[in-house]
Design a protein around this ligand. Sequence first.
Ligand code: AOF
Ligand code: ZN
Length: 336
Amino acid sequence: MFRALELAKLGRGHVSPNPLVGCVIVYNGHIIGEGWHRQYGGPHAEVNAVRSVTDESLLPESTVYVTLEPCSHFGKTPPCADLLIEKKVKKVVVCNDDPNPLVAGKGLAKLRAAGIDVETGLLADQGRELNRRFFTFIEQKRPYLILKWAETADGFMAPADFRPVPISGSLSRQLVHKWRTEEDAFLIGTNTARYDNPQLNVRLWSGRNPVRIVIDKQLTLPPSLHLFDGSQPTLVYSVVRPEAEMVGGVKYITLDPEADFLPQLLADLYQQKIQSVVVEGGAGVLESFLASGVWDEGKVFKSSTVLGNGLAAPVVRGRLVHTERIGDDWLMTYRN
Ligand code: AOF
Ligand code: ZN
């Protein structure tokens, strides 16, 4: 199952909003097949694992280790439970039940009804950790939220005049580009869009670009910003009516000015099937997520540079779970 979890990770950046799933088939103590869900809309892990087996006559004596309950529904692909039943595998072991209401226990029930031995909960914690974005998305009907920023050794995010100055080092910046290939979307506030004019695309890594999300409540941002260049999917959230809903690849979404902004934003991102969001700033937006208590992970790059004064970085009220060196910076990971 450890191997299946490792394989599942290879789907990162390719399968959202589906879960990461890995599968290993074992006959008589030997691995005879392996597979993982490689691409959204493509074959599931079990299908790829079964296809990789050269001698299918061994399957009736084999155990299938799969990190998520085999599906029971006709989605973009036929049910994996049916495939395992058709191949008459002896036993199926899974980490987690699939919380997707289309499956939710029906896959396991199907296997059991067909006389297949089923064991669940093996490395369940690791399975939930691997798919924390998927579980949060399905169970809480909102994207998994990662708050990310860089701060100086003396706790500042930027100079007082909003002038963009580099704080984290080049390795840290490259790591963030890797994250851009892995997470569904990157979100920024109005001031960050205006003063930093970021592109929020992938340049220092290879992979697909994330969706860009910008909060521009009064629609005051100039159309000349990189964000509006139409080069990648972009969502703009406001509380005033835009002139048009869609302008050159940029989608405008109006929220109710009378109701709380963040819950509406999260509910809409769920509708847009965005499973994970990295909130990149600025300080005001990060503070509002922290104050709401609705966030999942904090990623703080602490550099050795000193600013002396400026815009104070947010204070995380969460558990520090990991600290690592990235070039000359420290990367601190928090969980809510
Ligand atoms: C599995 N094995 O490898 C994955 C599963 O639209 P579809 O047909 O791709 O179905 C997507 C749903 O299937 C997804 O939401 C989740 O419930 C399940 N994913 N199931 O047996 C897999 N990726
Ligand atoms: Zn499936």
